[in-house]
Design a protein around this ligand. Sequence first.
Ligand code: FAD
Ligand code: NAI
Length: 462
Amino acid sequence: MADYDVIVIGAGPGGYVCAIRCAQLGLKTACVEARDTLGGTCLNIGCIPSKALLHASELYHEAHVHFEEMGIVGAAPSVDLPKMVAYKQSTVDQNTKGIEFLFKKNKIDWLKGMGSIPEAGKVQVGGETHNAKNIVIATGSEPSSIPNVEIDEKTVVSSTGALVLEKIPGKLVVIGAGVIGLELGSVYARLGSEVTVVEFLDHITPGIDSDVARNFQRILAKQGLKFVLNSAVQGVKTSRGKAKVTYKSRKDDSETVLDADVVLVATGRKPYTRGLGLDDLGIVRNKGGQVEVDDHWQTAVKGIYAIGDAIKGPMLAHKAEDEGMAVAEVIAGKAGHVNYGIIPGVIYTSPEVATVGKTEEQLKEAGRKYKVGKFPFMGNARAKSHFAGDGYVKILADAETDRILGAHIIGPAAGELIHEVCVAMEFGAAAQDLALTCHAHPTFSEAVREAALACGDGAIHA
Ligand code: FAD
Ligand code: NAI
């Protein structure tokens, strides 16, 4: 038994970042993690492994689609899936080991095992109970399925199983056209699978600017992904390592059955708080299972906080990290703050999709007068030389003040470009501020400047 200023439960991006910031602020800190490695969903079975597979499959695809045109000739490469999965795992290992190193460097104790909170001020791990002046719940989330669909992680997989398939499926059916479905669907489409995405809504990527979503679907369809929209999956039956997916059209109630070698269930994630003892403590959760917190991430019990996927808001690693840092500062008596209005979202497909701030739909609904500055990557020299002219940068600015209200990018390196706009928004910048900032040539970033120019007197290369 030891006494700590803070015990963080869960070592995902919310928890490990919180623990490091607590230690940096001089607090005696421990972090409980049940997994064999640190880093949570993100490093082990989420952001990092999926991006490794996206990177490898994108290069493979590029080699087949564009190399010859650029004068790079020779035998076309083929895929050794076990080797690709091993590369993915080595990327994961480097990152999880890196967090272990940071824990040692910052003198954070890793309490190995499942943690629970028997009473305020105490955390139990295995047979040991530790005292903690403050407890931070950072236990993350898990995949959520739909009725009549049982995930076996072999034929019917969640994202976790999709990251370790033993062979490339001939036919992959993806349930859900959200972020996971499109990222991992892209991976296998590039590697040669016939990918069909069945989506309940009449559009893909709910919540994203609808103009971007439409263009995104068109581009993905060109890459070979098939979309069945407005259709509710009724169930999946498996037999001898194959699956049949039944879906019902929401237009005419007709039922269709799709054959699949593998089915990826990507219908969202739900908070994971099992075994913590929250009910006995009187810690309230909402209908979706998210832990209720106040503006300082404190639960109904004083000294117990919650962050990341376990609470409301977008289920994103950087949102969890920001909350981790902010709650550490609150605990240390400082002013922790997260600007929820400026949290970027990125889909790491090719092209990437990146968004921040308000969508056009949200501005219309709020009755706010706005202007749109749009610039296509076809007008960007660098993008054209990279065969990446599909897509555009769209900046939304207040019609009167020119203040930037949102940005939506579909195109090369969109996930990097968006941060220029995030910083501008943090400083309350006008579109003209971006437009007057010199941007190096030739860069993809010039497209951001051109979109900002398009909010005023006009883009140059449009
Ligand atoms: P988690 O990362 O889920 O970590 C929680 C940790 O707590 C886990 O390690 C768990 O073992 C541990 N734990 C739970 N209960 C206990 C207990 N009682 N005792 C001890 N330990 C416990 N987000 C992005 O921003 N960018 C991306 O590119 C991205 N890609 C993703 C790809 C996939 C396939 C998936 C599934 C998710 C992706 N996400 C991405 C989402 C991102 O992974 C999550 O938003 C993020 O990991 C949430 O962080 P967290 O710290 O709240 O929880
Ligand atoms: P999601 O919420 O993004 O998408 C789920 C999709 O499934 C929705 O479009 C929904 O309409 C659809 N759906 C639900 N029930 C259905 C049914 N019965 N039939 C057909 N379609 C149905 O969830 P997803 O993709 O599982 O991702 C979970 C979380 O992980 C997301 O919140 C996301 O933030 C995070 N994530 C983030 C990534 C990133 O930032 N690049 C990458 C991967 C995951």
